[in-house]
Design a protein around this ligand. Structure first.
Ligand SMILES: NC(=O)c1ccc[n+]([C@@H]2O[C@H](COP(=O)([O-])OP(=O)(O)OC[C@H]3O[C@@H](n4cnc5c(N)ncnc54)[C@H](O)[C@@H]3O)[C@@H](O)[C@H]2O)c1
Ligand SMILES: [Fe+2]
Length: 394
């Protein structure tokens, strides 16, 4: 059944393909930029990926204004301020994020502070707080997971309060996302696995959360189909260009889906666990996904049953009786987790991920105040959150 009303918006131009990155200087020029700052992190530098970006500029006549390469995982408002200073000192006029969700979201924070001509990112936390037009902003993802290259959201840590702050505005969308498989082939297996599970969580939550609509459904199911087929291949052989291209596209489609339909309790619990115990976002997603699907079943059984088709394929869907399909979807998600554990040791439980049991209460308290919970199909109070966390522990 179609919702009586919905909105869907995704204004990001996508360039996808081997060597797509070579168009970067041209696209910057089209946006009126002359001196971009590149925002990245040490892992991306170590993987040699900035060299690929630099060579794209070789015959272009455009110069790189500055490179900031010190974004930490789960970046913070302090880092945003440092990058703003580098941008201003070097007379930059555009932002290019090269990396996973950490450099991308940090670059979004930098764009907020610069465009609003402010020095305090915190003032803009929440939804629709931005007014000024943004600086030209291009994203080159080097992981295939967050989808941040096509989302209106940024998640940045408030170091003082030890919570992840969320920012959402249609002004935060990048202008262009470049999906070039050369940029993800260097990802090690465990990062490939966890970031890929983030994309699976985005698509499955997008398909079941309160703001779902026919367009987000189309993106979400297309993403699930690709992830089911290609994530194990990308983990097994990082140089498999077809698998890398498929995962880059899947993560982007999952991002477009959830940027419109939003995500729910898997992300509420994941943000809280990430902020308190510093486990990578994608790993938290992988652990919580089956529990979130299970918890919401009273409200979402029909939808989760439909997900068996993109996840398990047609033969599987036909084989399973209609009333068993939702349960089977969750079984397949757990099998998928096990496959990733077998391939690269991706932890399946909070215990395996090294989360101390005595932190569960604090995680539950933080999770029930996370903004994403308002889009979850089922209510979740402190006790419920604690129960789910205990189940996910071992
Ligand atoms: N804005 C959104 O819509 C959104 C959605 C989901 C997650 N997030 C945020 O994204 C962040 C996580 O991003 P992530 O999962 O992409 O991880 P990440 O950006 O933190 O990167 C993880 C690690 O992988 C390394 N790496 C990245 N690409 C590589 C490559 N090609 N080769 C070798 N190493 C590489 C990095 O150096 C880093 O050490 C979290 O802060 C999370 O909250 C944002
Ligand atoms: Fe996510």
């Amino acid at each position: 059944m179609l919702p009586s009303y919905y909105e869907f918006f995704n204004p990001v131009k996508i360039l996808s393909g081997k060597n797509a990155l070579d168009n970067l200087p041209y696209e910057l020029e089209q946006l009126g930029a002359k001196r971009p700052i590149i925002v990245t992190d040490k892992g991306v530098i170590k993987a040699g990926l900035i060299q690929v970006v630099k060579s794209a500029f070789d015959s272009s006549g455009m110069v790189i204004g500055a490179i900031y390469d010190d974004v930490p995982p789960d970046s913070s408002s302090d880092v945003v301020n440092q990058i703003v200073a580098v941008y201003r000192e070097n007379g930059c006029d555009a932002i290019v994020a090269v990396g996973g969700g950490s450099p991308i979201d940090t670059a979004k924070g930098v764009n907020i502070v610069l465009s609003e001509n402010s020095d305090d990112l915190m003032k803009f936390e929440g939804a629709d707080r931005l007014k000024a037009p943004m600086k030209p902003f291009i994203v080159i993802p080097t992981t295939a997971g967050t989808g941040s290259e096509v989302t209106l959201a940024a998640v940045i840590k408030n170091t003082a309060k030890n919570v992840k702050m969320a920012f959402a505005s249609h002004l935060l969308f990048p202008k262009i996302a470049i999906l070039d498989p050369r940029m993800t082939t260097t990802m090690p297996p465990h990062i490939t696995a966890m970031t890929g599970m983030d994309a699976l969580a985005h698509s499955m939550e997008a398909y079941t959360c309160l703001q779902k609509n026919p367009l987000s459904d189309a993106y979400a199911t297309a993403a699930i189909k690709l992830i089911a087929q290609y994530l194990p291949k990308a983990v097994e052989n990082g140089k498999d260009m077809e698998a890398r291209m498929a995962m880059a596209n899947a993560a982007t489609m999952a991002g477009a889906a959830f940027s419109n339909s939003m995500v729910g309790m898997v992300h509420s619990l994941g943000h809280a666990t990430g902020a308190i115990c510093h486990i990578p976002h994608g790993l938290a997603m992988s652990i919580f996904l089956p529990f979130g699907l299970e918890y919401n079943l009273p409200k979402t059984e029909a939808m989760v049953a439909e997900l068996l088709l993109p996840l398990g394929g047609e033969a599987e869907y036909v084989k399973v009786a209609a009333g068993q399909r939702a349960a089977r979807t969750i079984v397949l998600v757990r099998k998928f987790q096990q496959t990733l554990f077998d391939l690269c040791g991706l932890p399946r439980t909070l215990k395996e991920a090294g989360v101390p049991k005595n932190k569960l209460e604090e995680i539950a308290k933080t999770a029930i105040n996370d903004g994403t919970l308002s889009f979850n199909p089922e209510e979740l109070d402190l006790n419920d959150a604690l129960n789910v966390l205990n189940e996910a522990y071992s």
